[in-house]
Design a protein around this ligand. Structure first.
Ligand code: COA
Length: 266
């Protein structure tokens, strides 16, 4: 039986090693108000997810129309600069937690992934988009800038010129799921009606692999952004060596040679 945790803006469903987190404000196209971030922060930092027990977190938006259509504009209307900074900092904590957790994070993106929605998706390890999804950073049309990492992560994902185009033109430059995939913002793109099946495939692939190997790959790829190539290669060699000291690689290699599926300890 799936285990449901109690949040008011999130539906969190734990089923074995997979945690599905649905941002549940469909009438506002899942816009991110402070409560959504507080609850995401509680979920990610509050001991609700046990590393080891949870191996994959799938993040999605409720309804068919949006992953997340951005930060909640109505909630921001009365922000003082201090409140705005706190809101940005909480959003940044959440995106950092998605990146730094050993749990693999998968964004399932259909419909709008605008502003904070695009930023949340970018912080996930794997982004699976439907063809008709719409990725964009329209903050400048509100006289704002992204606050949850958009100016910093987008350039690292799609390069200077596409990032500039999206950030400076705002609503004037949204990407379909197909374009997001072509430009490296989405890992996979599928027909809209195949999205859930693709998510299942991705989750199953991760669960079939060695848990430590998956967590090490995630950590090393994340660290690559802040390391020199030499330091990164050194860290990779250390983790590669470490794998030979444990049971996981022994089982994976033996299973291959015995022509059977590996059975990894979860
Ligand atoms: N914050 C708060 N509410 C939002 C929202 C947001 N970011 N995005 C959508 N909503 C609300 C709308 O206000 C509307 O509420 P209402 O029914 O009470 O009027 C509801 O969600 C549906 O949106 P609507 O604008 O009617 O749908 P649409 O199909 O005409 O347009 C969008 C969809 C996504 C193009 C449009 O809602 C939009 O531009 N949203 C803002 C996107 C944005 O600028 N995000 C970055 C914020 S920093």
């Amino acid at each position: 039986m799936p285990n449901k945790l109690d949040f008011s803006t999130l539906i969190v469903e734990q089923k074995g090693p997979v945690c599905r987190v649905t941002i549940n404000r469909p009438d506002q196209l899942n816009a991110l108000n402070p409560q959504v971030f507080d609850e995401l922060e509680q979920l990610l930092y509050g001991g609700n997810l046990t590393v080891g027990e949870t191996r994959v977190l799938v993040l999605e938006g409720a309804g068919q129309r949006a992953f997340v259509a951005g930060a909640d504009i109505a909630a921001m209307q009365s922000f003082s600069p201090e409140e705005a900074r706190a809101f940005a900092r909480t959003g940044q904590m959440v995106t950092k937690a998605l990146e730094s957790s050993p749990i693999v994070t998968v964004a399932k993106v259909q419909g709008y992934a605008l502003g904070g929605g695009c930023e949340l998706a970018m912080a996930c390890d794997i982004v699976i988009a439907s063809r008709s999804a719409k990725f964009g950073q329209p903050e400048v049309n509100l006289g704002l800038i992204p606050g949850f990492g958009g100016t910093q992560r987008l350039v690292r994902r799609v390069g200077m010129h596409v990032a500039m185009d999206m950030l400076l033109c705002g609503r004037g430059r949204t990407l379909s799921g197909t374009e997001a995939h072509q430009l490296g913002l989405a890992s996979r793109v599928v027909d809209d009606d195949k999205l859930e099946a693709e998510v299942t495939k991705v989750v199953q692939s991760i669960l079939a692999a060695g848990p430590m190997a998956v967590a090490d790959c995630k950590r090393l790829v994340r660290e690559a952004y802040s390391m020199s190539l030499d330091a990164g290669l050194n860290a990779e060699a250390t983790s590669f060596a470490h794998a030979f000291a444990g049971d996981e690689a022994a089982e994976g290699i033996t299973a291959f040679l015995e022509k059977r599926n590996a059975s990894f300890t979860q």
